[in-house]
Design a protein. Structure first.
Length: 280
């Protein structure tokens, strides 16, 4: 039995080593990816209900590895956060998205997405001078601040005073602030008092079971009341069916995002996109 235990421990260690090696390989490849055009942004529509109008878009990064093909951000963003590579990577994402947003304004005018949302990691927020960098990117690209939304997770803001101060400085530029994955963290409601949020994104995990009489329907209903009371804009995330959209609309939600409306798409597909109308 003793030998067996030891064997298990050895196997476990080898597996950990393998995973660590795999991650440092990815980290090294990611460094090259930024310089050699392997990364691009897709944009997922955020629609207003029931009208079926485009309200905004969320930028989502994609990596096509030269040998391994597509690698999901869920796999490489956490690595980039650990190694610090998210700082240059995030700066590139912010610049690309702002450039694209300015192009849409130029080319589409009134039909341009009213807001372009960029995900920002805790690590980026903690970097001194991040708000200054946002300001510089807005100036370089000529994008009006109110068109940009910076999206952060509650954990990122809860992370400490430095992140919150940086977020307040970004809000002071006139940029909108969205709280991502709302309700999945530890401090959700308390955070609303201290954080300069304009938009609250209700996490997919709450949306999933609302049409099946699931227990989260109560949470989703309560959150729209909180948002209305605090003058926050609520966006329901991960809406996959017409039934979910109809139920959210019935509950008073005006903004939604999810595969029912559209998957993330290349920038040049946004102009032709027409969201489905939500019927009760
Ligand atoms: P997130 O910010 O919560 O983004 C939403 C994710 O849910 C996206 O996955 C999107 O494609 C997916 N999604 C949207 N609607 C639906 C739906 O109806 N059903 C389902 N099953 N999924 C839906 P994606 O693009 O794979 O991104 C995963 C996560 O990676 C993001 O979660 C975000 O945390 C991170 N990420 C992606 N792009 C960036 C980026 O540019 N910067 C940073 N810092 N993180 C990013
Ligand atoms: Ca997000
Ligand atoms: Ca989210
Ligand atoms: Ca998420």
């Amino acid at each position: 039995a003793k030998g067996q235990g030891k064997g298990r421990r050895v196997a476990y260690t080898a597996e950990m080593d393998q995973r660590t090696a795999e991650q440092s390989r990815l980290a090294a490849d990611l460094r090259a990816a930024l310089d050699t055009d392997q990364l691009r942004l897709l944009y997922q529509p955020i629609v207003s209900m029931p009208g079926g109008e485009l309200y905004g878009v969320e930028a989502l990064v994609r990596w096509t590895h030269p040998e391994r093909g597509p690698i999901s951000p869920g796999a490489f963003i956490p690595i980039a956060e650990r190694t610090g590579q998210i700082v240059p990577l995030g700066a590139w994402i912010l610049e690309q998205a702002c450039r694209q947003a300015a192009t849409w304004l130029d080319e589409l005018g009134d039909a341009a997405p009213r807001t372009v949302t960029v995900n920002v990691s805790a690590r980026q927020l903690r970097e001194a001078g991040f708000a200054g960098e946002v300001d510089a990117v807005l100036r370089r690209t000529g994008l009006p601040p109110h068109v940009l939304t910076v999206e952060v997770t509650e954990t990122a803001v809860f992370d400490g005073g430095a992140a919150l101060a940086e977020l307040r400085a970004i809000a002071a530029l006139g940029v909108s602030i969205a709280l991502d994955d709302f309700g999945t963290g530890h401090s959700s409601l308390g955070l609303l008092r201290s954080c300069p949020a304009d938009i609250l994104k209700v996490d997919k995990s709450f949306i999933d079971d609302i049409t099946e009489g699931g227990q989260h329907a109560v949470v989703v209903a309560a959150l729209i009341g909180i948002c209305d009371g605090l003058r926050l804009r609520a966006v329901a995330e991960g809406v996959e069916t017409a039934e979910q959209a109809a139920e959210l609309h019935r509950l008073g939600y005006r903004f939604a995002q999810g595969f029912h409306f559209a998957r993330p798409m290349p920038a040049d597909a946004i102009a032709a996109y027409r969201p489905p109308v939500v019927s009760r």
